[in-house]
Design a protein. Sequence first.
Length: 531
Amino acid sequence: MTDTDELDINKFFSSLQTSYLDVYEAAQERCFTVCIPQQSSLGNIDISKRFVETHILRPSPYFQSEFLTLKSSERIVHLEENGKELRTGEGFSCPCIVKILSEELGYNKDYKPFKILVIEKPLDTFTQVTSSQARDRKISERILDKDNALSVSECREILSEEYGQTMKNLDDSVRLFEANYMVLTEYMDDACQRLQDISTAAVEKCLKCGQRQRKGRTHLTREELDTLMESYVVGSVYTKVFRAICEKLRADDKCLLQKCKHLEGVTPDKLKVIQDFSCPLPGAVVELANVDGLKTPLEKLHCLKTTIDCITETIMSHVIDTHNTSISLKSSQDIPRLTSDDLIPILVTVIAQSRCTHLASNMYYIENFHWSTEINDRDNLSYCMVTFKAAVQYMMNTDFSHFQDHKSKVKREISIDELMRATKDATLHGDDSGSVNGRSHNGAKPLKRLDQQLQKISKLVQDTPDVWNKPKSSTIEQKSVFGDRYLLQQPITGPEVSHPQTQDKKPPPQFGGFLGSFEDDIFEQSFGKQT
């Protein structure tokens, strides 16, 4: 069977083009690798969205010949050295080696190539389960999802369904904390311990509750309960606690915000990052700007992780497009890899653009009010936290004021809004000359920056050719670029007589330098006085 025949009959490839077309088009746009298990290996496997996302691979920003699945940074696929096999590793339930049967080329809407690999079997299998088991699994995946975090309301919804009475008692404890406990900036550890005690007590009560009545259902695990309780308890008192944290770290927040102003408009290459990694990162900036609006420590931590993921994915896509690499998998070894030394200054520029008003407070909140042990042990989230701490420390200890000084020296234009404000200001002060020159000579006050810039503009206008001040002709209104002979029909009086004494002498120009240059037009259409 040829490769084309395989793709024609393959139900997985058919699902990509129909049910999951949006996922497939997103993979094409970013030139990701699409793995197609051969038809004979699919059997009765349900082609779900999770199954599809597992078989779309994006290049790892950290290691050569390593790929990550589309929606998870924890499921890793390695390309073997022979280039003919894929090996599933961390994050897969049953690691295995899968042969690459053939390789196809596809092209996206921008005519950029992406890889389609026909493989001998799926990278992961998903067994069929009952509806109740599927529901429990879905809840468990939502709780422990390493790419997303549950909100306070979502945590309460899950807990109330199974542990209604315990949640009523928990709400009473939370209200008592809100009403009676005073959070002092010098005793934040005590506040953290109080909340942790409330959460732990609620988890113990849930574990002691009776067995679920419906057959085939199981309790939430201790890890899942710890995660839910932490997010619900801490998120419920977020306003009270975070206000005190902001007060405690006011100086650090102010310092970081000042650093952001100094770094305004600074690109990564100015911080000694190689040019390959210097590109716009609007997605990461928008993601990080949302961190102040989130409530639970896990939500904020996942926001930091998503920011770093967005940075690495955008940069790697930019590098691939810039270098126009070969479609062969082996060519990935020629692509520059993003290291921590590069990532930290890039992250600094993203922080500067996002203008987070309480970044230091958010970091303190995540680090001190997030205690669920299993989550803390997740390598990728821990790595993101460490990276952000390094970037913040770098900003705190580095003087960026010279960037702002340089920017003020090289600025040669002002925005439309600034020009309008300056013009309005000059008009209100009765400037007869139309510029701020009068104020600078008469005045009592020195020129402001905007006034100085407007003065420069006025001087440029005054230095332009006289065409701006020359009155319009009263006899001929020039409207055509081909001259007045196309507009005025003059009687023919005979052939023109050339005068020897004036043959080499041109008449004086009737226009300024720009229009006057057309008098010797190669199409013999005069722009000015007719001879």
